[in-house]
Design a protein around this ligand. Structure first.
Ligand SMILES: NC(=O)c1ccc[n+]([C@@H]2O[C@H](COP(=O)([O-])OP(=O)(O)OC[C@H]3O[C@@H](n4cnc5c(N)ncnc54)[C@H](OP(=O)(O)O)[C@@H]3O)[C@@H](O)[C@H]2O)c1
Length: 313
């Protein structure tokens, strides 16, 4: 009898919780969001293209390719979310430059369909965009600065923003930059982890000294998303770190915090790397709007890196 009552109230509570449909769930930012939201009162449906790469005890995991809209729609109809957070993307600019179709289908077409679905079903859509929609010539970029992408990745992200703005009434477009974090249970890397691993293994690396970013701690983004899911229609918002730094200086700071030998890091110019995708020189994202509207006060770079180092212990 007691067990039946307990199960009954659990079932009732589960149904009263707001449902969040999180795509790209195996990825870096989605994992931080999942960790942060699963401690709150949300029912989370985590969707990714590959098999589950994390402990999914606090959510329901489904495998789905967001470019297969028929399958995605079946899942959306099944779970009837209040909020969709789209973290699924081809996030590597060089890959986008050589596989245009994969990039366009994932970063644009799937988003276009998702935005139509969300509008029709009155769902709040939160979508991730990038600092790579800018050319990198401005000193600072606010939400109303003019986009001018240099790469196909940048174009696909900018077009995804535009289609959401055309289709949706309730949306948030989050622009972020050089995110660092840690995923213990899968192989996903990011710049900071790459530097740490290379220096730990005494592998010399070349790092660009003429590109500047505002590196962003993954859990800072996730905390802002926790505030955001209870709002509706904030439009475009920059969620980035507060310190502008060259990528080379970032690598040296990593070496200093992890107490590794920075002598293995060679500063190079962008032109010497011959990468497929052009990259903006400097993308200083202004975070005033997020401070005012979401109470977004991110960690300093030193704080974020130290937090990450502790997480990795
Ligand atoms: N990380 C950054 O520095 C950064 C900077 C600016 C903007 N952003 C944007 O932020 C968002 C999230 O980035 P992230 O760094 O978390 O990316 P990530 O670590 O590369 O993760 C992206 C995830 O998307 C999933 N995915 C790819 N194609 C898919 C498809 N067709 N269907 C379903 N899932 C698919 C992958 O799933 P599987 O692993 O399951 O295959 C992957 O886990 C992206 O929109 C990215 O453009 C990131």
């Amino acid at each position: 009898m007691e067990i039946t009552l307990f199960l009954g109230s659990f079932y009732l509570l589960w149904n009263l919780m707001r449902t969040i449909f999180l795509t790209g769930a195996n990825g870096l930012i989605a994992q931080a969001i999942l960790n942060t939201l699963s401690t709150a009162d949300f029912k989370i449906i985590a969707v990714s293209k590959s098999a589950c790469a994390f402990n999914a005890s606090h959510c329901i995991f489904e495998i789905a390719d967001i470019t297969d809209f028929h399958l995605l729609e079946t899942l959306l109809n099944k779970y009837k979310p209040d909020v969709v957070i789209n973290c699924a993307a081809i996030s590597k600019p060089d890959l986008c430059e050589v596989n245009l179709e994969l990039c366009w289908n994932t970063n644009y077409r799937a988003v276009a369909r998702l935005s139509e679905y969300c509008t029709y079903h009155n769902i709040f859509l939160i979508h991730f965009s990038s600092d790579f929609i800018f050319s990198g010539k401005n000193e600072v970029y606010s939400e109303i600065s003019t986009p001018e992408p240099l790469s196909f990745y940048g174009i696909s992200k900018r077009e995804s923003e535009l289609v959401i703005q055309r289709n949706c009434e309730k949306y948030a477009i989050i622009r972020t930059s050089l995110v660092y974090g840690y995923l213990p249970r899968n192989n996903y890397s990011n710049f900071v982890l790459w530097v740490v691993k290379s220096l730990q293994n005494k592998i010399p690396i070349k790092v660009v000294a003429d590109q500047y970013r505002t590196p962003t701690y993954d859990f800072d983004i996730a905390l802002a998303i926790k505030v955001l899911v209870n709002r509706e229609n904030i439009g475009i918002s920059n969620l980035a770190g507060k310190d502008l730094i060259s990528v080379y200086d970032l690598a040296m700071k990593v070496a200093q915090i992890w107490k590794l030998d920075g002598g293995y890091i060679e500063p190079v110019m962008t032109s010497s790397l011959n990468e497929n995708a052009l990259r903006p020189k400097s993308t200083h994202l202004d975070i005033s709007k997020a401070k005012n509207e979401l109470g977004y006060y991110p960690n300093s770079l030193s704080e974020g890196l130290n937090l990450l180092k502790n997480r990795m212990k």
